[in-house]
Design a protein around this ligand. Structure first.
Ligand code: TUI
Length: 307
């Protein structure tokens, strides 16, 4: 399928893998790129040296384009922004902030810049700043989220900018893909479904928890801290939400979540860890290779769109 996004990125299918902290390693990114989508390495909160190693490993595993997501709250964000230029990364997505201060440097290096936005205002600002496309991410997504739903955000961003829009949040199959196209998107970004991919290196307990998840199993922590994070409900979230309701301090809340994502992804502690996932977890039913996931999404979508 050809869209402005496949042309821009030089990929076969308009499917981008979310740049998930701790989850989106070079193994997952190169598998998605080799399957014809755009794989993304997620810098998350990792040091710049780790990001460089991941990029170098991915280059050995694929000759197709791949990208890196810079999570802008990373304390080494400035350094990572430079590593992306030095390593000649082709595509950068950003999350959890405004990447304006890096835009000129990245554009001068010929990098395709695709900020993730959760509002029309930021989408317009990013277009003015030289972004090549935007990911419009709805509140159905996992991890750090905005408040608009995908259904309402995507068409409003499409109307507000001329650059291509990539839809994210709640999309995990060909039906979601087709719906996103109807809203005016020219590609989709999927995270949760790729967490469960065979090539994903996350702990099996994490994958099993997503596969087991029902529609209502996610909730949002951190509303009061200004950093709302969607995760699968467990002992940690119950404790967190109780403390949040009782007016706990930022310090107390942070103590509970500190290292919690690592605990879930690496140690497989899905009771006390932070099991970030989108509302689409209820749609994810089995472990498959990235190639099988992409083929399934595209087959269903093509049938629906050609009707
Ligand atoms: O970034 C994400 N999702 C993430 S990042 C992450 S790691 C993390 N861990 C602990 C605390 C915070 C983050 C887990 N999941 N998605 C992209 C995204 N960006 N969604 C929403 C936004 C966003 C929100 C506010 C982008 C910009 C923004 O404000 C811009 C401004 O003006 O500062």
């Amino acid at each position: 399928m050809k869209t402005r996004v496949t042309e821009l990125l030089g990929i076969e299918y308009p499917i981008i893998q979310g740049g998930m902290a701790w989850v989106a390693t070079h193994e997952l990114a190169s598998a998605v790129s080799n399957a014809g989508g755009l794989g993304i390495i997620g810098a998350g909160g990792a040091p710049a040296s780790w990001v460089r190693e991941q990029i170098q490993a991915a280059k050995k595993e694929t000759d197709k384009p791949f990208g890196v997501n810079l999570m802008l709250m990373n304390p080494e964000a400035d350094e990572i922004a430079k590593v992306l230029v030095e390593e000649k990364v082709k595509v950068v997505t950003t999350g959890a902030g405004n990447p304006a201060k890096y835009m000129d440097m990245w554009k001068a290096a010929g990098i395709k810049v695709i900020p993730v936005v959760a509002s029309v205002a930021l989408a317009k600002l990013m277009e003015r700043g030289g972004a090549d496309a935007v990911v419009a991410e709805g509140t159905e997504s996992g991890g750090h989220i905005g408040s608009q739903t995908t259904m309402t955000l995507v068409p409003q961003v499409v109307d507000a900018v001329s650059i291509p829009v990539i839809a994210a949040g709640g999309i995990a199959d060909g039906r979601g893909f087709a719906a996103a196209m109807m809203l005016g998107a020219e590609a989709v970004q999927m995270g949760t479904r790729f967490v469960v991919a065979e090539e994903s290196t996350v702990h099996e307990n994490y994958k099993d928890r997503i596969i087991k998840a029902k529609d209502i199993d996610s909730e949002v922590t951190g509303m009061s801290t200004g950093h709302p994070i969607r995760v699968i409900r467990n002992k940690m979230t119950r404790e967190y939400l109780k403390l949040e309701k009782e007016g706990a301090t930022l310090d107390e809340l942070e103590h509970l979540t500190l290292g919690a994502l690592r605990k879930a992804v690496v140690e497989g502690d899905v009771m006390y860890g932070s099991v970030m996932a989108g509302q689409s977890a209820g749609l994810v039913k089995k472990k498959e290779t990235c190639a099988e996931i992409i083929a399934d999404v595209m087959n269903t979508a093509q049938k629906l769109l050609n009707r």
